[in-house]
Design a protein around this ligand. Structure first.
Ligand code: ADP
Ligand code: ZN
Ligand code: ZN
Length: 640
């Protein structure tokens, strides 16, 4: 009877270790088992096997083997726990998500659409051919990481598809990661059209039964290509040959909860562990990828060129959010019954309500941020969801003279409806489309419309491919630029360039950018579609400041019901950490009623720091729990 080292899938840091159980012959690393644990039962994952039990401990047998994942995924999860300062159980839960037992009546689509035949591959351009050959060569050689870059419409997706086909021909599987399934219907559709039933799709809108079915199709080998958002990087695909990370600049690849993993980093690690190739693709790559990866360049857009970008200087043009030049363009759209996409990265009517008498701004009671006025007359917090009716007078001084500052998507929609009643308006933001079906319906409406404006938050800039879009406009480029974040310029550049990519895909198009800062670096480079110049300068700046990719950032955030104990806990943590310079504690803005503070390190040894922090936090856990404090370690945070 062999013995297995099993990690019970329980979240408490106190029992974050292996326990030994007896197992039947043939049970392997990666087996998901049901085990007695204390006085109850839990699921666990077999992480190792031995012929003899450890001395001096009572060893019980496992109840049953209830599933399994490829052994390489267990190694991946244990690495992830270590790298991100989390626990093995929390990381292992990512590779073996709990899917409740299927109820009988659910047992029959999942309605999987039947497909007639499969769409044929396209004849590749010389650049595409070179990229595919390089990737396939690396698959045959047992590994590699690449950046496929080129303008929107330069043929990146075709490269991914043909690389996937090459993996399949070799009996290997492939994973295609997209930022969000609901925002990538065309990409998903093209993978399905090319590979038919061999594709499994994992997304958050699946029911438990559907997710279980898709996982079973992957485990059984029926599905050899997996498309999904960030968590699909853990798909239980055996014999992996390729991982594609589409739109690799998208920050949704970073998980918010514990473990705060980054699917892009995990993809590289998984590929390395399994001898597979990782391919990152974007029209606006991250500086990190530009600096670190072998570049496969596709160049400009196939067919039509990129649209000219015109900057509207808001210091000279009145009428914000609709300046005269923007209105003139939109009138042309209305006359030609054409289409426009407008980006305003703020929801609601007005981002701030400000008293002209005493100067007060109406703020959230739970968070240190201003409340946003919405079309239904409510004031809402975009951080915690707090909502209250908008007051008629200033809560501080009673004055009725309240000014609405700035503009959000709802205000833009109202002004467009007034100025251009003949155009259909389709709003895309978290208020208008809270469910994936609503989002899909809105995108279908826009695709089918004649004479329409798609307006919304950054959702409108994601990789949609709509025909007939003549104009793309950034209503306010300054919002993203003003964020106190080392990625503010990178994000601004990406937003403008990605939005520009929505225009003129099949016919000549135009791009308009409204800003008070026409000289700002990201705007200047985006005007010329000069991705390389922006990245080269951005990398110089990062180097001078010691930011990624020249160092890793690690931050430790502690929150609590009052500020003082949180700061003290961080002071103690800082005193216990050796060999790394930590900045702080710095006080962050209050969020959801919790006071917060953080320590930040720039370091070339993030694992060492994360491991030290995790150890100190485990030791401090009981005292912190008594004080109502919670801590998170965030390795490679996406904003700071
Ligand atoms: P990207 O992913 O870079 O935005 P796509 O792969 O979607 O680019 O290609 C843009 C358009 O060009 C698509 O309509 C695609 O079908 C077409 N296309 C891509 N590669 C080729 C090719 N080699 N020959 C002809 N058309 C192509
Ligand atoms: Zn007032
Ligand atoms: Zn709030």
């Amino acid at each position: 009877m062999p013995y297995a080292a099993v990690y019970p899938l329980v979240t408490a840091r106190a029992v974050a270790r292996e326990f030994t159980y007896e197992v039947d012959d043939g049970v392997d690393v990666g087996a998901i088992v049901s085990v007695p644990f204390g006085r109850s039962r839990t699921r666990g994952i077999v992480a190792g096997l031995a012929d003899t039990p450890p001395a001096g401990v009572e060893v019980r047998p496992v109840d049953a083997v209830v599933g399994g994942v490829p052994p390489a995924l267990v190694r991946l999860a244990l690495w992830l726990a270590d790298y991100y300062g989390s626990t093995p159980a929390r990381a292992l839960a990512l590779i073996a998500p709990a899917t409740p037992k299927r109820r009988k009546e659910q047992a029959s689509p999942v309605d999987r659409q039947a497909l007639d035949g499969e769409a044929a591959p396209l004849e590749l351009s010389p650049q595409q051919r070179a990229a595919v050959d390089r990737i396939v060569g690396a698959i045959d050689a047992g590994g590699g990481t690449f950046l496929v870059h080129g303008a929107t419409g330069s043929g990146k997706t075709e490269v991914y598809l043909q690389a996937c086909a090459a993996a399949l021909e070799r009996g290997l599987g492939a994973i295609v990661l997209v930022p969000e399934i609901a925002l990538a219907p065309q990409t998903v559709g093209r993978v399905r059209a090319r590979f038919g039933d061999r594709v499994a799709i994992l997304h958050s809108a699946l029911t438990d039964a559907e997710r279980r079915d898709e996982r079973e199709r992957i485990v059984s080998g029926q599905a050899r290509i997996v498309v999904g958002a960030r968590s699909a990087v853990f798909a239980p695909l055996a014999g992996l040959g390729l991982i594609v990370v589409d739109e690799e600049h998208d920050s949704s690849y970073k998980q918010d909860g514990d473990p705060r993993y980054d699917a892009r980093t995990v993809a590289a690690k998984r590929a390395a562990l399994e001898g597979a190739v990782a391919v990152y693709g974007s029209a606006t790559p991250r500086p990190e990828s530009w600096a670190a990866l072998e570049r496969l360049s596709l160049g400009g857009r196939l067919g039509a060129g990129l649209p000219p970008v015109r900057v509207v200087d808001l210091r000279r043009e009145a009428g914000y959010p609709l300046s005269a030049p923007l209105l003139a363009e939109l009138r042309g759209i209305a006359e030609r019954r054409s289409k426009a996409v407008l980006l305003l990265n703020r929801r609601g009517i007005a981002p701030a309500l400000h008293c002209r008498s005493c100067g007060a701004t109406i703020r959230c009671p739970n968070c240190d941020v201003g409340l946003v006025l919405h079309a239904d007359g409510s004031l809402r917090c975009h951080h915690c969801g707090h909502s209250a009716p908008s007051p008629a007078t200033c809560p501080a001084c009673g004055s009725p003279d309240l000014a609405r500052i700035g503009a959000g998507t709802q205000k833009l929609e109202r002004e467009l409806a007034r100025e251009l009643p003949e155009l259909e308006l389709i709003r895309l933001d978290a208020d208008a489309v809270s469910k994936p079906e609503q989002l899909a319906a809105a995108l279908r409406r826009f695709a089918a419309a004649e004479g329409a404006i798609l307006l919304g938050t950054q959702m409108v800039a994601k990789g949609h491919h709509f025909g007939g879009v003549e104009l793309a406009a950034v209503v306010d480029a300054d919002g993203a630029l003003a964020l106190p974040d080392f990625r503010a310029e990178e994000r601004t550049f990406q937003l403008i360039t990605q939005l520009a990519g929505r225009s003129g895909r099949d016919a000549p198009g135009k791009v308009l950018v409204q800003t008070f800062q026409p000289e700002a670096r990201p705007i200047r480079h985006a005007m010329r579609h000069d991705v390389e110049a922006f990245l080269v300068e951005e990398l110089e700046r990062r180097k001078a400041l010691g930011y990624p990719p020249y160092a890793h950032l690690v931050r430790i955030v502690v929150s609590g019901p009052t500020l003082e104990p949180a700061v003290r806990a961080l002071d103690e943590l800082k005193a216990g950490i050796r060999g790394v310079e930590l900045l702080g504690p710095a006080v962050l803005f209050r969020l959801r009623g919790r006071h917060r503070a953080q320590l930040v390190a720039k370091t070339d040894r993030p694992r060492r720091l994360a491991a030290q922090a995790a150890r100190l936090l485990t030791a401090a856990a009981p005292a912190m729990r008594r004080a109502g404090l919670t801590a998170v370690v965030d390795v490679d945070p996406q904003s700071l």
